[in-house]
Design a protein around this ligand. Sequence first.
Ligand SMILES: Cc1cc2nc3c(=O)[nH]c(=O)nc-3n(C[C@H](O)[C@H](O)[C@H](O)COP(=O)(O)O)c2cc1C
Length: 212
Amino acid sequence: MTAPVFDQSFRDHLDTLFQWRRDVRHFRRDPVPEPVLDHMLALTCTTPSVGLSQPWRFMRVDDPVRRQAVKEDFTRCNARALAARDETDSGDYARLKLAGLDDAPHHVAVFCEPDPLQGRGLGRMTMPETVQWSAVMAIHGFWLAAQAHNVGLGWVSILDPDRMKTLLDAAPSWRFMAYLCVGYPEEEHDTPELERRGWETRAQARKHWIQR
Ligand SMILES: Cc1cc2nc3c(=O)[nH]c(=O)nc-3n(C[C@H](O)[C@H](O)[C@H](O)COP(=O)(O)O)c2cc1C
């Protein structure tokens, strides 16, 4: 295959994709067509991974009983997180919506296989955590692929990882990485919801260069 030359028009579209990718907490209930979900996963599987280990495990959670149990765990963990905050910002925290678990038509739990056979151990002797980093990169790929299909994704991490493994009957060696709500967003924004609600502001890009 001839290598493509990415032109300015492509870069403009890519900028738009990055600008409009959001963490989504308000979903419509209509499902995303299966071929779209499959394409998102196919793109995700092109993500780089240490030693080409592809250690990510994307699990569809469709069972309403399991979904309800995840929701209950979120409610418990979120209440604990709220209680742990000092009173100066607990009101702000309480007002945030930190999960779209009720409405998102698709739930995807992501695990990492910490010592996969695939990749034959390459590149991870001194930094075994690169396996987990690979799984996180895959989640980012999934997120961008979703946005390219106008599909929203919300990352829920206010969960007990051990409980998630039990609830979702994960393999004992797997590490819980993320719980993703997936579906069409109720609204589109080019700024993070946490910024719009006054919780935090994004720093200017130039502040992220460190020089030595
Ligand atoms: C590792 C990770 C964990 C996150 N966990 C949560 C979460 O539990 N609940 C939530 O509402 N958002 C969560 N988010 C989303 C962030 O709040 C969001 O990415 C950030 O506010 C910037 O907004 P944006 O993604 O729309 O640009 C998480 C994001 C990452 C990368």
